[in-house]
Design a protein around this ligand. Structure first.
Ligand code: BG6
Length: 461
């Protein structure tokens, strides 16, 4: 039996823009996703846009009963900045009432809400002013965070500022997957710096309010780097990949300091962002209580054959290595490597002072899951059960070695909309039928998760 502690948090994660629907209704203003969909609908899988998400805005009561039925004791979602503060300053009463009711109902049903503030959905009014490139974004975010803490701090005890801050930076300013789809390393670094400062200022606001039992953290996507070989060059590529993708955020938010090595590399390459005098102290004084790590895949790297000096892209420091014998999820194209979760657990223990942390996302997106329906209509997603088991096995090993992990959340509870991929790959414990009023149907993995939670673990025969 792989047993976890009785207090372990079991649950799932989602986000406001991917689940709520009603994206331009009930007083909500447009985010970059709403506008981008208007500007370039063809970019989106089957033209499925942000307004067609799983209608949690209307269906949260029933969904919470479904969570309770599975025995989940926690759930993460986010607030849409544009729903709570449509113009950035004025509270939308309908939005505030919706979140208040949603969070209180989770709590009343024994499902601890973990509430995140930013999940890639920047307000359009802020984007028009330059988005995360302008320093104004830092104070705008701090005001939004303070408003949310004041409104919901009595109910919500676990807060996170950003989900995967690296994603809006690299997808928006390096690789073209998110609006504004700019390719510019220096601008990406500035966006990253302002994101970090926005996080830090939100933590500062949180501390000022002294919310009883309140805890605040950050959620990072973790893809530990593994080098192609032990050559000096490949090892350096691994070090730089971790520096940019892991230590860049974990060091300042946990240790209170941006790594000196990262500052050097950035300066040497003419990428230094504009900063303000008080920033260093703010970073130092506003570290987090816990960390969430979203783990899906490792990062295999090798040294680049040719590098530009100064660097023009991260690929001047490290490039992907396509490991020939890797296991892969063919629908998403991501490598499956559960062992990394043990390495991550050890990294948190050894390099990050064993700060409390949890797996805030882990899961498997599969296309055309209706193929696997049995005669009763239940999707027999054995592959998802195996995927979760394999990852929990490694996590359990890490906990036994002393890593301070307090929970595990899958992505996701009910199938949800996935940015440019729409509803192609499904991750949920519940199938969502988008043609039929978003009807939910339990999958086999949901039943399995229920037993896992009841038994505080699983038998590993
Ligand atoms: C995480 C994000 O990176 O992965 C989610 O926090 C996302 O927003 C999830 O949906 C799965 O990735 P994708 O691209 O298949 O939706």
């Amino acid at each position: 039996m792989r047993e976890f502690s009785k207090a372990f948090l079991w649950g799932a994660a989602a986000s406001a823009p991917q689940t709520e629907g009603h994206s331009l209704e009930n007083g909500k203003s447009a985010s970059t996703w709403d506008e981008w969909f208007k500007l370039a609908p063809k970019k989106f899988h089957e033209h499925q846009g942000p307004k067609d998400t799983s209608n949690v805005y209307e269906m949260y009561h029933e969904d919470i009963q479904r969570m309770k039925e599975l025995g989940m004791n926690s759930y993460r979602t986010s607030i849409a900045w544009t729903r709570l503060l449509p113009d950035g300053r004025t509270i939308n009463p309908e939005g505030a009432a919706f979140y208040q009711s949603y969070f209180a109902e989770l709590k009343a049903n024994g499902v601890e809400p973990i509430i995140n503030l930013f999940h890639f959905d920047l307000p359009w009014w802020l984007m028009e002013k330059g988005g995360w490139e302008t320093r104004e974004s830092v104070e705008a975010f701090a005001f939004y965070a303070k408003t949310a803490f004041e409104l919901f701090g009595d109910t919500v005890k676990y807060w996170t500022t950003f989900n995967e801050p690296l994603v809006h930076i690299e997808c928006g300013y390096l690789y073209g997957y998110h609006y504004p789809a700019i390719v510019d390393f220096k601008r990406a670094v500035q966006v990253g710096y302002h994101t970090l400062m926005a996080h830090v200022r939100a933590v500062e606001e949180f501390r000022k309010l002294q919310i009883e039992e309140g805890k605040i953290g950050l959620i990072l996507n973790i893809s530990p780097a593994y080098p192609k070989s032990q050559s000096e060059e490949d090892l350096k590529a691994k070090e730089l990949a971790d520096l940019f993708n892991t230590n860049s955020f974990l060091d300042p938010v946990v240790h209170g300091e941006i790594p000196g090595k990262l500052i050097d590399v950035i300066k040497e390459n003419g990428l230094a962002p504009i900063t303000e005098k008080q920033d260093r102290l703010l970073i130092q004084e506003n570290t987090v209580d816990f960390i969430g790590l979203n783990y899906y895949q490792p990062r295999r790297v090798q040294a680049p054959e040719i590098s530009h000096v100064p660097a023009e892209m991260p690929s001047d420091f490290y490039v992907p290595y396509d490991k020939p014998d890797k296991r892969i999820n063919p629908y998403r194209g991501w490598e499956i490597y559960p062992e990394a979760l043990f390495d991550v657990a050890m990294m948190m223990k050894e390099q990050y002072g064993n700060i409390p942390w949890y797996v805030s996302e882990n899961g498997m997106g599969v296309a055309e899951e209706e193929r696997f329906r049995d005669e009763n209509g239940m999707i027999q997603d054995e592959y998802r059960i195996d995927f979760i088991k394999e990852h929990l096995r490694e996590l359990h090993k890490g906990i036994q070695e002393g890593s301070n992990c307090f929970g595990y959340h899958t992505w996701t509870f009910v199938d949800c909309w996935s940015w440019l991929n729409g509803y192609r790959n499904r991750y949920g414990f519940y199938r969502v039928d988008i043609e039929n009023n978003f009807k939910r149907t339990l999958k086999k993995s949901g039943l399995w998760y229920k037993t896992l939670i009841e038994q505080h673990g699983f038998s590993d025969k």
